[in-house]
Design a protein around this ligand. Structure first.
Ligand code: AMP
Ligand code: ZN
Length: 112
């Protein structure tokens, strides 16, 4: 979508540090990391938030892609956290569906 930051990142218009990509999904380093490993996984298709997901394949595919990213970064055995913020109370600031993959340290619970 024109003007969407993450559409422009996935399209290569705005630079990012790519971690993994395929024809449907794109993963890149978060610009303001909250853990030693902090990667964002997004669909190439513009979907504003989880509220706008139409089918199980869109979000299921994204989750499996995030799982594969975590595996390729060596996080699988020790563990990692996948976070999906939705709208204002959820802390969403970029309105293109994305999951945060956080790892490299023990996470706390509950999140803030
Ligand atoms: P959220 O608050 O869940 O919408 O997450 C948006 C994330 O995008 C934040 O963690 C930001 O640090 C990250 N972010 C914003 N702009 C960029 C960018 N240009 N490159 C990489 N990550 C970004
Ligand atoms: Zn977008």
């Amino acid at each position: 979508m024109t003007g969407c930051l993450f559409c422009r990142i996935a399209g290569g218009e705005i630079p990012s540090t790519v971690v993994q990509q395929d024809d449907r999904f794109y993963a890149f380093r978060d610009i303001d990391p909250k853990a030693p490993v902090h990667v964002l996984a997004i669909p190439r298709e513009h979907i504003a938030s989880l509220n706008d997901v139409r089918g199980v394949d869109q979000v299921g595919g994204l989750l499996l892609f995030a799982r594969d990213v975590a595996r390729s970064l060596g996080l699988s055995e020790r563990g990692y956290r996948v976070v999906l913020n939705t709208n204002a109370d959820g802390g969403q600031t970029v309105f293109h569906l994305h999951v945060h993959v956080l790892g490299g340290r023990a996470m706390q619970w509950p999140p803030g």
